[in-house]
Design a protein. Sequence first.
Length: 351
Amino acid sequence: MSETFAERLLDWQLVHGRHDLPWQNPRHPYRVWVSEIMLQQTQVGTVIPYFLRFMERFPDVRALAGAALEDVNRCWAGLGYYRRARFLHQAANTIVRDFDAQWPRTESAWASLPGIGRSTAAAIVSQAYDVPAAILDGNVKRVLCRLHALAGDPGSSSVTDRLWALAVSLLPNRDGARYTQASMDLGATVCLPRGPRCESCPVQELCLARQRGISELLPTRVAKKAIPTRHTCWLVMTDQAGRIALCQRPPTGVWPALWCLPEADSKDALARAWQQAPSALAESATVRHTFTHFRLVARVFRACATHGHAVDGAGQSWAVHDRASIWVDLQDSALPAMPAPVRKLLLSTTP
Ligand code: SF4
């Protein structure tokens, strides 16, 4: 069955798969690696423009390793899951320093780098070197659960172990790169989470879920844990030149090292930190953003800088409660790296 499954998938990919993704042409370990990190939790259509900009800004691993993290974050800003940018930067430095800028050849060597798990390591090796290696991303998990009518929490270790064993058993002995691409393409374009297009599926005759009419019931849906809501207050403080104050977040945690609006637990605390009378802060908006582990609700206040901070020049920084802070001109073409909700708020509401 393994040969049959793989052969069907490979034949199908030739005609129906994706062949013009920017990281496929040319296919190089650096480009494959960056694309795989970007594709973690992000769809192809979103990744492409970021990937192209990233390659232009950091054309090879030495350029990435030698860059400031701030520059990498700026290139990444808007793509989300910012730890990935930091891991890429750290891994680039490891490759240059410890591997003498030579590309790792094995899955285990790739998996020793920050931000790279077993499936990502296999996706990189198979595509960079065209050798068969089993991947198990969300799309592949869904296909395999259906193919074998495998019920149970797909996040549990027992189901995951079975899926890994299946993924390995189905591997072809050739065309590693195309097989990996085919596996991703099938889940992304045919074996969809809702409404799988079984009529167009190259492995429909092998699929137990289809035979039993339970495709839509698999993988087993597990009730999502309720996530908490965190409330905060943000300040859009404008100086006489129309610039906005931003503060840099800590290097770890949410939005690591990105530039955000001044923040505090309450309006009064915000006013105190920025030496304003609470009455000078006017509430102007509410921003909601959902992270994987909590929801953020930020009340947004506006105020005009009256003294002190406003004398600093653009690009110079000072510290407020140990946070580096800067004034930025939103018309500037080289804005610092900001999370998407902050950037969107400022660009849509600030004249
Ligand atoms: Fe998915 Fe349907 Fe193909 Fe089975 S037959 S793998 S459910 S698309």
